[in-house]
Write a protein that binds this ligand. Sequence first.
Ligand SMILES: NC(=O)c1ncn([C@@H]2O[C@H](COP(=O)(O)O)[C@@H](O)[C@H]2O)c1NC=O
Length: 529
Amino acid sequence: MSGPSHDPADYRSRDIVPIRRALISVSDKTGLLELAGELAAAGIEIVSTGSTAKTIADAGHPVTEVSSVTGFPESLDGRVKTLHPSVHGGLLADLRLESHERQLDELGIRPFELVVVNLYPFVETVRSGAAANDVVEQIDIGGPAMVRASAKNHANVAIVVAPDRYADVIAAVHAGGTDLAQRRRLAREAFQHTAAYDAAVASWFEVEDTQAIGRVDGFPLEFSYSAELQGQLRYGENAHQGAALYTVPAERGIAQAVQLHGKEMSYNNYVDADAAVRAAYDLAEPAVAIIKHANPCGIAVGATIAAAHRKAHECDPVSAFGGVIAANRRIDLAAAESIKDIFTEVVVAPGFDDDALAVLSTKKNIRLLTLPEGFQRPTREFKDISGGVLVQDVDAHFADPSTWTLAAGEPADEQTLADLAFAWTACRAVKSNAILLAANGASVGIGMGQVNRVDSCKLAVDRAGDRAAGSVAASDAFFPFNDGPAVLLEAGIRAIVQPGGSVRDQETIDAAAAAGVTMYFTGERHFFH
Ligand SMILES: NC(=O)c1ncn([C@@H]2O[C@H](COP(=O)(O)O)[C@@H](O)[C@H]2O)c1NC=O
């Protein structure tokens, strides 16, 4: 243990601490004058920094400039204001100890019993698109130092970091001081606040580095995650689970989407909307993905979003009931007309034309979400496991058909190759084991989430029904046995695309060749769990 330890008997008890001297240094001046007025009226000395002191003085309240306490001018563009022993001694002295009291006297330092600090607006500055030097200038150093010092010394000091606590402080002034339980609560909030602040700074550096070198090549030795509470959700995946939405300030994703219409978004709505956007945005042409329980029940591309929606819906109209729809282009009137009579939980898109919004807004149960300006797909994914978190690059690479290897049959004609490329891209949005049958730029049968590949084949073929014959199939990973391909070939699948790489590839190749079916190997797989 570093530092001297004291005998428990050395500590004098201190529950109620009367406030005689307060240090106030705030960027957000909300509620400042009311607080300062109450403190001044109670005869409490207020020590304050630059613009905070000026605001208080301009309102006619007595205030002591911090520079007259430190004996130094505020300097280096405000980088050094309160970083001084005359301030920090007054914050850190543990007056339960006689020895600390004596040292303060010897040093001529007076203690503070109340500290009110809120920090430079770092996140707001990042959001405003400020240049890097200006962002760096908004990394508060002196503020967090005071907050942490006071929170450590909560036995003696009340630390307030948010204007919505001022009323409690004023009440404590009138009651004769703060009590220990209150100071502990405030200390906890203070440490949470500085931790979130530092995490936001660290994630800004990470985003900056990512942009500078195109991608993060390595993984940091440590990382922190800063997110702001956006709001509580009614419940989590099930009604007995509590849930909330947090947003990451520097990001622009589904969490920042703006709701234009409908009931409050649920936890499951967010999960499905994210999966839907992920699927639709994998495709370059106008595309629609319809999601249920994080899996697609239809994905299609078309000349228009209306056409893509019709094709995606036809894939599995039964499952599309109550689905979540994402489009990678604006929703126009024709798309709205296509969607409006189908019971849909959420539609999310980069925008809605006014007439489309008017049509869909007549449906009270549909939620309409527009993606935030500057929408960006994440580059990294995080998955919680007990005791830690797994981090990976997002699977965003799709092998180009020109790099595929023809493993069986004749080279595909242009239309077949286009369908294979579509199926290959679309199947990565399907939970493994994934088999996706497609025709004319639309899924016609999807087998997902099975614990063996042959069952996914059966499911896809079963869902496609008559449409299986003549369609093409994509498999997210290689076929370990020939049983899955046998199901596809028997159903009349015309062409198959799969990674290849199984020790039994030859059996699958021979079966496809014997059936006259074209089969390509991509050399790349798309597991998705
Ligand atoms: N450098 C310092 O010693 C220092 N002391 C306090 N601050 C910050 O200055 C702000 C208030 O400054 P002013 O009262 O000048 O507007 C607060 O957000 C506070 O967190 C500092 N600024 C940054 O590090």
